[in-house]
Design a protein. Structure first.
Length: 533
């Protein structure tokens, strides 16, 4: 960084001058911690509570996505039962049974049943259900040897109208997936925002420390003026009225120094907050930046032609994570809208059934399991239609209105975001251009006032000037020095604004970000196209 030369003191009696180089450092009773710009940004990305909160939101959305996917989980069910049922018989029933050679006052049925079933909803809207049921029945009257039977079946439900197709049947799941993607993009955009905030606060702190240095130097020179004039008045080489001027001037400079120190404290605290610093460190730690404000004087002006502006805006719409997130949410609401519109259709399902049954007598364990493969006389099959439709279907109409409104709202929000981004790019380009020009003019003003001050000092030493004229010119020089700092700060902030507006501060869609110091000190798109002549 270019070292600035400032006037330190003037010895009017001897006609000599002293120059101080560099910047004064404010003394702090608190612990000082040196930090670079990249370290500040890295701390924010690692520690900031808002970033952790958004990461938690991503996890919440992932949980909602898993819940939505649960609608297509296969459900397996296994049942087993073993029971004995005794039924008393009437005298007539006993007599009838006796004629058939069956003796007994009651009927005892011992049943054992085992079942295995599955239900698999498919993401195309179809549903597959099936299973196997096997059982044994032993009857003391009619089936003393035991009867083993089994049934295997498979049913496929095919929606023909409502609920047909993946975009409709899996709409909730697809929307939940989209929301996870959108929340992840929100996280990236928040990271870019925090990076922009940290860079802004960092450069503001650098400028605040320089402003304090200027104010401290000016106050010290004011004291030197006061001491010198007091000596001149005492020696009858200057009128006593000059003391009033230098006393008032010193008081004003002291007030300016106090104000600058207060702004420095505010700037330190703001940077600490943006870095995600904990409460204890906020209280006891003072930050000392190690980087200096970037030099904007030698930078090329970003092109402000209509074609270049259009190019900047296009790049911003392609790069910015918030713009990507907005588009994802438009697609998400479109999916839900299509699904809601499908629910207006009647439910018409085609049901296809197939299976077989087996029968095996015997009371051994092998008979219980072999009935699924023996005693089969042929397949069973069926085909049918099921039609269901509510008379008014108000629930579907209400859901459609809600989804239609949400879809329209998402589209309008996306358009508004694009408009806002476009406007911010235009403002950022002009801010960068004016900041570069302002740095040049501010430094020229400093040089001119330094020359003017030297002339006023020479005139006063020759007895043809006045202390008032010297103080007036030096106050203008101090203002010019402060304006130079503000101009350099404006350039640094304009770069950050330009980068953030165009999405070139951090890259969207990348899990791992590479932070470059160059991104914070130079404008993007140096090779932007110009209007064709």
């Amino acid at each position: 960084m270019k070292i600035r030369i400032v006037l330190a003191s003037l010895c009017l009696m001897a006609g000599c001058e002293h120059l101080l180089y560099g910047q004064a450092q404010a003394v702090s009773p608190q612990e000082s911690s040196k930090v670079s710009l990249l370290e500040s940004v890295r701390a924010a990305l690692e520690n900031h509570p808002l970033l952790r909160s958004q990461q938690a939101q991503v996890e919440i959305n992932r949980g909602l996505r898993e819940q939505a996917s649960g609608a297509f989980d296969r459900i397996d069910q296994t049942t087993f039962s073993n029971d004995l049922q005794t039924t008393p018989l009437t005298a007539g029933q006993q007599l009838t049974n006796r004629d058939a050679g069956l003796v007994g006052a009651s009927q005892k049925v011992h049943s054992t049943n085992f079942g295995l079933s599955l239900d698999q909803p498919l993401r195309n809207g179809m549903e597959l259900t099936g299973g196997i049921q096997t059982g044994r029945s032993v009857d003391n009257l009619f089936a003393a040897t035991g009867v083993n039977s089994s049934t295997m079946n498979l049913t496929l439900r095919i929606p023909l109208l409502r609920g047909r197709g993946r975009r409709v049947a899996a709409a909730t799941e697809e929307a939940a997936k989209s929301e996870v993607d959108a929340a992840s993009l929100d996280l990236q955009h928040l990271a870019a925002q925090l990076t922009s905030n940290v860079a802004t606060s960092y450069w503001t702190l650098v400028a605040a420390r320089r402003s304090v240095a200027i104010a401290v130097d000016a106050e010290q020179r004011g004291r030197t003026y006061l001491d010198d004039v007091q000596q001149l008045v005492k020696a009858d080489h200057a009128p006593a009225n000059d003391l009033h001027e230098v006393v008032a001037n010193l008081a004003q400079r002291t007030s300016s120094r106090i104000s600058a120190e207060q702004q420095l404290v505010s700037a330190e605290q703001q940077l600490s907050l943006d870095m995600g610093t904990n409460v204890d460190d906020l209280v006891r730690q003072r930050l000392e930046p190690t980087d200096t404000l970037p030099d904007g004087e030698g930078q090329a002006l970003p092109s402000d032609s209509s074609e270049s502006i259009r190019y900047y805006v296009e790049q911003a719409l392609q790069r910015r994570a918030d713009c990507h997130a907005s588009r994802v949410r438009v697609e998400e609401q479109g999916i839900l809208f299509q699904a809601a519109r499908n629910r207006l259709l009647p439910q018409l399902d085609l049901n296809a059934f197939g299976g077989y049954s087996g029968l095996q007598e015997g009371r051994s364990v092998g008979n219980f399991y072999s009935d699924a493969f023996q005693g089969i006389h042929g397949p069973s099959a069926g085909l049918g239609l099921t039609y269901t439709f509510p008379h008014r279907n108000q629930a579907a109409h209400g859901a459609l209105l809600q989804a239609q409104g949400a879809n329209r709202q998402a589209e309008l929000q996306n358009k508004e975001l694009e408009r806002t981004i476009g406007s911010s790019v235009v403002v950022a380009v002009e801010a960068a251009r004016s900041a570069i020009v302002r740095v040049k003019q501010a430094r020229a003003a400093v040089r001119s006032f330094q020359s003017a001050l030297t002339g006023e000092r020479d005139k006063y030493s020759g007895g043809i000037g006045s202390i008032v004229e010297i103080l007036t010119v030096e106050d203008k020089l101090n203002s010019a020095l402060s304006d130079e700092v503000q101009a350099e700060l404006n350039y640094a902030l304009a770069v950050v604004q330009f980068r953030f507006a165009t999405g070139t501060l951090l890259s969207a869609g990348q899990g791992t970000q590479s932070l470059s110091y160059e991104n914070f000190v130079s404008a993007p798109f140096q090779g932007a196209p110009l209007d064709k002549q």
